[in-house]
Design a protein around this ligand. Structure first.
Ligand code: UDP
Length: 243
């Protein structure tokens, strides 16, 4: 048996950077971003409080810079800046739809964004604004998945909803293994014992230690975000192991 939150009051929406580039593989795809923005607005209309953490993979990943000879700390700073850029882009698309959002950064950069503190972001969420929280955790050697779980815990979200290019979690990589099976729901212990790929270990441990459920779903299918929130049969639900 597993539980699903009956009603999601607050969601932490994690969007990988590469989703923003659509099929281009780099930068921004206008049509894809517009479609995601429509989906975010649909969820907002359900009365759900929304915090968003964006990745930066459509622009720069620290590990790639480091593999090419950059110092890791600097490469990760560039990666974190990519998430700031992505967050400002998304907030502008929301603005074009008259949706108020507030961009908060884990690293102080007063000209561009407000400095993130959990209390500030919580106040904004309570006032009905979408909060886009960027610059990851503000530290190198982490990922935006870890930032997403951390912000979800800090902001008392009910769930982390991870929007990706795939339908959810499989028993193995479906692109390599024709026998790979799609998993509708799986608990934290099974993720570990079956070595399933949900998120990196640091992010996963934080979710597990704090009983924060995660749903992984395909954000490129229009309307899926709303369905994922409403517990319709979309994505893989990763839930705390019941003792
Ligand atoms: N990053 C970081 N600290 C963080 C989060 C992100 O240094 O707390 C850097 C890291 O270099 C990473 C990049 O930002 O590669 C972009 O984030 P991520 O790879 O998680 O983006 P995604 O794969 O979700 O698009």
């Amino acid at each position: 048996m597993y539980y699903k939150p009956e009603k999601v009051h607050r969601v932490l929406f994690k969007l990988s950077g590469e989703v923003l580039s659509g099929s281009k593989g780099f930068g921004y795809d206008d049509e894809t971003i517009k479609s995601i923005v429509d989906d975010i607005i649909a969820v907002k209309r359900l009365g759900v409080s929304i915090a968003i953490v964006l990745g930066g993979g459509n622009i720069f990943r620290g590990i790639n810079g480091s593999n090419a000879g950059m110092r890791r700390v600097i490469a990760d700073s560039i990666g974190m800046l990519a998430t700031v850029q992505n967050s400002l882009v998304l907030s502008e698309y929301l603005h074009q739809h008259n949706i108020n959002s507030e961009v908060y950064s884990a690293v102080q950069m007063d000209r561009f964004t407000k400095f993130y503190t959990p209390l500030r972001a919580k106040t904004s969420l309570k006032e009905g604004r979408i909060c886009i929280i960027c610059a990851g955790t503000g530290n190198p050697y982490f990922t935006t998945d870890t930032a997403a779980v951390l912000r979800a815990v800090e902001l008392d979200a009910d769930i982390v909803i991870k929007g990706t290019k795939v339908d959810g979690v499989y028993t193995s990589d479906p692109e390599k293994d024709p026998e790979a099976e799609f998993l509708e729901a799986v608990d934290f212990d099974e993720v570990l014992s079956k070595k399933l790929n949900v998120m990196d270990m640091t992010a996963f441990s934080l979710a597990r230690d704090n009983n924060m459920p995660v749903k992984v779903f395909n954000v490129l299918k229009k309307g899926n975000f709303e369905k994922a929130i409403l517990n319709k049969d979309v994505g893989t639900y990763v839930y705390p192991t019941q003792s």
